[in-house]
Design a protein around this ligand. Structure first.
Ligand code: NAD
Length: 476
């Protein structure tokens, strides 16, 4: 964790913001308007559990309403506090601007360790929290749309959606009040994997730019790259799985709450994930080196470090010892402002959180649009697309017959070409496009401006400029 001399999470975000704003020419006062959090609501509510009333503390912070609804996850963790939700809400504003999701930034949290409660209790707590937020328009399809974050997932989002619908029985768009729902409750294909998938797409795009790869002292592609992941939860698991199974990267380290697993030959991500599901941690995972002090593995030699658990894990106390030349911030705020400075001086390339983990909000945006449209993506086009492809295929088959042995269709061409895109393919395509476009906007600033030395400042410059334009257009 961060040492005492280090700024808080929110101060860290503000310091990074200030570094970028110093390179901009904003009208007086606008900088402050963008930086500060508009409002933070704190609620204490009681739920009768195990024969007594238990009091819980929750937050919902709205950072910027330059676009509405505002958007951001709800986190269940013991460490939730005002500083943290405000930092996360600010990051949401910049993240949405960077990936052009038409939302302002928000975030929520509940001080609770979900492992201390059974499913029924969690449902009671979640529904009561949702009630407290919804009655103040802090959950609403047109004003504030939460999503999953640490400690929450599809199940909690389904309870929130249902609670909102019970309170707003005639709202035809009620389902759009929250994203990250299960498919059967108005969710979208590909949302669960979205943030991890986005991390994969972000790295793929990074490796499409050899000049950027070179800045990290690396070369080639993702194939064979040695990766260490911290946190094998929703984000870390999917990122590690896709990078190892689809891109040929080697996951040589997995850091969890109860230590780290290290295997330079590469770990079986799926097997470790299943082990955690069964045993609650990585301890006892067979035939692999187990390091008791998990955080020390952040300093292990590797090509790419993916912190995907929580904030402040790379701080002034360990930054100098980090050996990875490339860090991709899958978690929000894993590198403190102090550590960021040390790493930049060392030449470490950091792909910043506001971009790296934007896959979640991007697919949440698709889900929200789907809910408002009341139709699954691809439902109108899919079969028509297949019919048109059949026309081309008929012609190609005619040519195939005509040319005889001289040429023939490849074995799986027919099957691949004939299939119209379903919702999952469309979602992945939209996510890939978003991650590529957003990377390119940062890349341009990073490479074109002599006063910009890192991707984080580039990301802030792009995001703040877009938010500023939106405020200016409104005459603020
Ligand atoms: P999660 O609860 O699914 O997973 C977190 C994982 O980290 C768990 O496996 C947990 O055991 C592990 N962990 C917790 N403390 C740890 C520690 N001290 N050391 C090592 N491992 C530890 O959460 P998630 O949804 O995957 O979120 C992880 C990060 O990604 C958070 O910073 C979150 O804000 C960010 N994020 C999540 C999403 C999303 O869609 N879920 C979107 C954007 C950003």
């Amino acid at each position: 964790m961060a040492t005492k001399t280090e700024p808080s999470f929110r101060e860290s975000v503000d310091l990074m913001f200030n570094r970028a704003v110093a390179l901009m020419d904003l009208p007086p006062g606008l900088e402050e308007k963008i930086r500060v959090c508009n409002a933070t609501y704190m609620v204490r509510f009681g739920v009768r559990l195990r024969g007594r009333i238990q009091t819980f503390t929750g937050y919902r912070s709205v950072h910027s309403e330059h676009m509405e609804p505002v958007k951001g996850g709800i986190r269940y963790a013991m460490g939730v506090n005002q500083d943290e939700v405000e930092a996360l809400a600010a990051l949401m504003t910049y993240k949405c601007a960077l990936v052009e999701a038409p939302f302002g930034g928000s975030k929520g949290g509940l001080c609770i360790d979900p492992r201390d409660y059974d499913e029924f209790e969690l449902e009671m707590i979640t529904r009561r929290f949702a009630y407290e937020l919804a009655k103040r328009d802090l959950i609403s399809p047109s004003q504030n749309v939460p999503a999953p974050d640490m400690g929450t997932g599809e199940r909690e989002m389904a309870w929130i959606a249902d609670q909102y619908a019970r309170m707003n029985t005639t709202d035809i768009n009620a389902r759009a009040c929250v994203t990250g729902k299960p498919i059967g409750a108005g969710g979208i294909a590909g949302r669960v994997e979205a943030t991890g998938r986005g991390v994969q797409y972000a790295l793929q795009e990074f490796f499409r730019h050899p000049e950027d790869v070179e800045k990290a002292g690396l070369s080639g592609s993702l194939e064979g790259k040695r990766i260490i992941v911290q946190g094998l939860g929703n984000v870390g698991y999917h990122a590690a799985k896709f990078l190892s199974e689809e891109d040929g990267a080697r996951i040589i380290g997995i850091i969890e709450r109860d230590g780290a697993l290290i295997d330079d030959n590469g770990l079986d991500v799926e097997a470790v994930h299943q082990w955690i599901g069964k045993h609650g941690g990585i301890a006892g995972f067979p035939e692999v080196l187990h390091v008791a002090e998990g955080a020390s593995a952040l300093e292990h030699d590797c090509d790419i470090l993916i912190p995907a658990a929580l904030e402040g894990v790379i701080h002034m106390g360990n930054a100098a010892a980090i050996r990875a030349p490339l860090i991709i911030e899958a978690a929000n705020g894993p590198v403190t402002a102090g550590a960021d400075e040390i790493l930049r001086e060392k030449g470490t390339v950091i792909i910043p959180d506001m971009y790296a983990n934007a896959g979640g909000v991007t697919v949440s945006y698709f889900e929200w649009v789907k809910n408002l449209g009341h139709i699954r993506f691809g439902r109108m086009q899919r079969r028509q697309e297949e019919k048109r492809h059949q026309l081309v295929l008929d012609e190609l088959e005619r040519l195939d017959r005509y040319l005889g042995d001289a040429w023939s269709l490849s074995a799986d061409f027919k099957e691949k070409y004939l299939r119209g895109a379903d919702e999952l393919e469309l979602v992945r395509s939209g996510l890939d496009d978003t991650m590529r476009e957003a990377y390119q906007s940062m890349h341009e600033v990073w490479n074109a401006r002599e006063d910009v030395h890192d991707l984080r400042v580039a990301a802030y410059l792009v995001a703040i400029d877009r938010v500023a334009k939106s405020y200016r257009a409104k005459g603020l």
